[in-house]
Design a protein around this ligand. Structure first.
Ligand SMILES: NC(=O)C1=CN([C@@H]2O[C@H](COP(=O)(O)OP(=O)(O)OC[C@H]3O[C@@H](n4cnc5c(N)ncnc54)[C@H](O)[C@@H]3O)[C@@H](O)[C@H]2O)[C@@H](O)CC1
Ligand SMILES: [K+]
Length: 474
């Protein structure tokens, strides 16, 4: 089962993999024509009511596939109002070849009188709200007609996000849907056929450009609140928390604060005047810092804990106490990763190990990415947290899903790119769920590395990635 918005991600990913939407529309239209051939008898009249978007576009393709079939096809649509280029191209192909097309200007005059079969291609996953005119009147006319109705993708008036049906919706006798069934569709108790439209399976496995659609959706639902992130890091390594914090800002969070030992505060500040510091007395994180750090932590949407902390026993003890008393989303990177398998926490952790850190945590790895993905997925289910395992293919998994991101390049083995990834992921986790944040975080950081490599090749450094993050998110 796939929701309408998830379908949009997969469809854009298919395009990124070289299978553009127009090609998918060709398969969809073919599948619609096949269903018509099953429902209609030879010599009958098939009336297709086409909407202005790609749902209508599917029907234009279907009309072309039905040309050689022994039925009369009448197509009702409004060419001048088509909203997508590929629907228009398919409509124009019908006009050019002189198919029987009619403009549906006024739905009160909709004439379905001689239809033996009706095809409902008015609205698919692009609907918002109840049916508006002229679709509402057309739907009523179709429901009142005596002919069986085939709905394309979903009944017009059905919301593929929530699985709810508008009162004015088309009431079909058959549904031909694409790629996968949609939420609530089978509950309608109408025969549903699912057509394979040639979307590569990896359009759902790989994080691709389509996944960036999640960012605009998150921005809409969070109405301008892009989150506040606390980075807990620094000690033996000074640059790491500063890199992570700058990555948080580049990835669009509203605010980032860094809590780091006073011994490194000056250096961290030196990286950027945009960073706000909460210094902790001393040279490294210690159990005595936990109280105040937790107070800061509660004021933020997500935590990034680990960059540059080091592996001193007391530091790890403090990190454990922080993770165990936190209940939000936290990205865990570097040395504290090794304590994750033993921590008990309400928090949603996104752990970002490289292969070596993964095995130190007790996870397994393999040469082949598919095998590696399955092993990481198993381990994520054991841990009950999200894993983002860095490698030439980054593997992201939680208890029940897994994805693979292929962006990035060998230049990124330079120090500090992991800190950037942790920061980007922490920022995204303020508006996306942990699994989505990890997938998009891996994709965006790798893509930023690819943009940086265009200029610097293998000589790129972590700070080059920072500048490329906004472009990588477009
Ligand atoms: N992977 C995919 O997502 C694929 C989608 N395809 C088809 O494309 C459809 C989605 O296409 P679109 O995104 O263009 O959207 P639709 O064609 O479902 O609808 C968009 C149109 O409906 C109008 N509209 C929205 N809400 C309305 C309302 N309440 N009352 C009246 N009009 C309303 C919009 O103004 C717009 O013109 C799918 O349902 C499917 O049929 C296929 O072509 C192939 C692949
Ligand atoms: K439809």
């Amino acid at each position: 089962m796939i929701t309408g918005s998830e379908m949009a991600v997969v469809d854009a990913n298919a395009e990124a993999l070289g299978v553009p939407r127009k090609q998918l529309m060709e398969s969809s239209g073919n599948a619609v024509a096949e269903t018509v051939r099953e429902v209609a008898e030879p010599g009958e009249t098939v009336v297709i009511v086409a909407g202005r978007g790609n749902n209508g576009g599917d029907a234009f393709v279907a009309a072309r596939f039905l040309d050689e079939f022994d039925v009369r096809v009448r197509l009702l649509g409004r060419a001048e109002t088509l909203t997508t280029a590929i629907a228009r191209e398919n409509w124009e192909a019908l006009l050019a070849a002189e198919y029987d097309t009619r403009e549906l200007r006024d739905s009160t005059a909709i004439d379905l009188g001689d239809a033996d079969v009706l095809v409902d291609a008015m609205l698919g996953t692009g609907i918002s709200g109840d049916l508006r005119e002229p679709a509402a009147t057309a739907a009523a006319a179709m429901n009142a007609a005596d002919a069986p109705i085939i709905s394309v993708d979903v009944p017009s008036g059905f919301d593929a996000e929530t699985g709810t049906t508008a009162p004015s919706a088309v009431e079909p006798d058959h549904i031909i849907t694409f790629h996968d069934t949609k939420p609530g569709l089978t509950e309608l108790d109408i025969p549903v056929r699912v057509a394979d439209i040639g979307i590569p399976a990896t359009a759902e496995t790989f994080v691709e450009r389509g996944d960036l659609l999640r960012l605009s959706r998150a921005a809409e639902s969070h109405k301008g609140d892009h989150g506040e992130v606390l980075v807990i890091g620094g000690g033996p390594y000074t640059g790491a928390p500063a890199l992570a914090a700058q990555a948080v800002l580049r990835a669009g969070a509203d605010l980032v604060k860094v809590t780091c030992p006073t011994s490194v505060a000056h250096e961290v500040q030196g990286y950027s005047e945009n960073l706000i510091l909460y210094p902790m007395q001393g040279r490294r994180l210690e159990p005595g810092h936990v109280g105040p750090v937790m107070e800061y932590a509660r004021e933020h949407d997500t935590l990034v804990i680990g960059p540059g902390l080091g592996d001193d026993e007391e530091t790890l003890e403090a990190a454990r106490a922080i993770i165990e008393s936190y209940d939000g989303t936290a990205v865990v990177d570097a040395d504290p990763l090794k304590i994750v398998p033993e921590v008990e926490t309400e928090a949603d952790l996104i752990c970002t190990p490289h292969q070596g850190e993964l095995t130190a945590m007790g996870g397994k790895t393999a040469e082949d990415w598919r095998e590696r993905r399955d092993l990481v997925a198993e381990f994520a289910a054991d841990l009950n947290h999200t894993l983002l395992v860095k490698g030439n293919y980054d593997i992201v998994a939680d208890a029940d899903r897994s994805r693979v991101s292929r962006t990035g390049n060998p230049g990124m083995t330079v120090g500090g790119t992991g800190d950037v990834l942790a920061g980007v992921t922490g920022a995204l986790a303020a508006t996306l769920d942990p699994f989505e944040a990890a997938g998009v975080g891996a994709f965006v950081t790798g893509r930023a590395g690819d943009i940086a490599a265009e200029t610097y090749g293998n000589g790129l450094v972590a700070t080059d990635l920072l500048d490329a993050i906004p472009q990588a998110m477009e």
